[in-house]
Design a protein around this ligand. Sequence first.
Ligand SMILES: [Zn+2]
Length: 292
Amino acid sequence: MIEAYFVNLENITKTYLLNAKKSIKAAIAWINFNIYGSIFEELIKQGVKIEIILHDDFINQRYIDYIDVLNQKGADIRLVRFAGTMHHKFCVIDDSICLFGSFNWTQNANTRNMEDLNICNDWNFIFSYLSEFNALCNLNKSDIKLINSPEICSECQSPIVNILFVEQENEYQSKIYIIRRCNCGDKQIFEDYYDISVYINMTSIGEQYEDAIFEAKISNDFDTYNQLKAQQEYDLKCYLSFVRNNRFGLPIIHAVAVKAWKAFHNDGEWIYKVIWKERGTESYILDEYDCF
Ligand SMILES: [Zn+2]
């Protein structure tokens, strides 16, 4: 389902918000808390988890004391500052409905401007927005700068990227290592050993959905199939995004990869298969790399 609206946007937004049962995850450039505050309070009372990020400017800062009050009651509302404006206007409700469009939660957006509001329950769509939300919550201004303009190698002129690998080392250990890579070659710059659970967690995220995905497929239940596939990919992304918090001493980690055998007709070769890319690296992080 996808629906587009052009009038009465405040009421539509309020109705969807008040129907939330579990969670609100929203990135909205500007919110008027005189209009939406009572709704947030009502939702907090009902036990709905509210996470909102707003653009950090004087317009939103007018509400900073009230935002503190909401946060003390259990909300997580933050003002964030990047190089440009945090200009999003999207909201995921109960991880199952996404509101997006040009509509800010303000008086002007509702009464004066020409705006649009779209409502969608497509799973790929919802998980894309949830990934974006998580990235914006976890990356700061200097991270975004590092990602947008990676260091360029003076020899080969290609971006220098840090790729993290997780491998099973033996029965008890996971090996974690980081390769610094440009077109000149690879250099291992970090290596450590962890409990085997790190590797098992990573692989079991994929496996835990496999039976249900298989069942949905053979019973032609495409909606469930699509949901499970999207959820599986999202869970793996969330797990691998631990590199945002633990960067192993590096300013940024661009991707997580596994060593994989790529088969040809009669032959094959080892490659690095990328299974997670940091937000904003899509233009220079490939899906796979040659092993040197
Ligand atoms: Zn180079």
